[in-house]
Design a protein around this ligand. Structure first.
Ligand SMILES: Oc1ccccc1-c1ccno1
Length: 251
């Protein structure tokens, strides 16, 4: 997979040189390129924004600068036919976007090429998303949660980590992806324990020391259900109970 990130703060994305995503880049699993939006400006002040039409506070990022940047990194500037459906999926982090979830990460992890446009100020001129949708590109305006950040870079870090770790070969044991919170069962993960078996006056639940794997699986699913019901009742309502029952039969 290739991911191009365009931002006015490229250093913000330095964290992606570290840990699993960094290893995926070194291994050639993930081709991640970070670009400075100002490289596509044409004035000596390298201007990327201007005042909003209709008035209001703050500044809006210019469509012409973003257009040159996205055309370049997506290959559209050299595409034979501008209208051809692009292999690129444009991701625009924004507080006004659809919620980015594990399902979103799973879908994006199947893409060939993501371009992530990190906006700042009051946002990116709305015509940018409109233009690329009309050009046949899939465009997803996504929020990582109901709060406001100063820019899209932090959201980009979150999304790229959530997507990158799903790529084949990135996580050592793919099994570990199955039982995570928000995984296939649609539950939060059960509580985990390791040595020492007694820490102060706190002990590890006996069932986990029993060696009885069927009981351990059942205990863990019960804990996941309880935790989900207590902390995320919204997820319980969405649960596919039939699937859980099928899972139960497997245990
Ligand atoms: O608050 C933001 C500002 C710019 C770009 C993205 C965001 C955001 C907030 C939540 N998810 O994304």
């Amino acid at each position: 997979m290739r991911i191009d990130v365009v931002t006015i703060f490229p250093d913000y994305l330095a964290a992606l040189d570290l840990s699993l995503v960094g290893k995926a880049r070194t291994a050639g699993i993930l081709d991640l390129r970070v670009h400075d939006l100002r490289d596509w400006t044409t004035d000596r002040h390298r201007t990327v924004d201007d005042t909003p039409f209709g008035g209001g506070a703050g500044m809006v990022m210019r469509p012409d600068v973003w257009g040159r940047a996205i055309d370049d990194v997506s290959g559209l500037s050299t595409a034979a036919v501008a209208g051809e459906a692009s292999a690129v999926h444009l991701v625009v982090p924004t507080p006004s976007g659809a919620t980015f979830t594990q399902r979103t990460a799973e879908e994006l992890a199947t893409e060939e090429h993501l371009v992530v446009a990190c906006g700042r100020y009051e946002g990116i001129d709305a015509r940018v998303a409109e233009h690329y949708r009309a050009a046949g590109m899939r465009v997803s305006e996504l929020s990582i949660g109901d709060y406001v950040l100063n820019g899209g870079e932090v959201a980009a870090l979150v999304m790229i980590e959530a997507v990158g770790r799903l790529l084949p070969g990135v996580v050592g044991n793919p099994e570990s992806l199955v039982e995570e919170s928000h995984g296939a069962a649609g539950l939060l993960e059960y509580p985990v324990y390791t040595k020492p078996p007694v820490w102060g006056d706190l002990e590890v639940p006996d069932v986990l020391l029993s060696g009885h794997h069927a009981r351990i699986r059942r205990w863990r699913r019960d804990q996941a259900l309880r935790r989900t019901a207590r902390r995320r009742p919204d997820m319980v309502r969405a649960l596919d109970v039939a699937a859980l029952d099928r899972h139960d039969l497997e245990v």
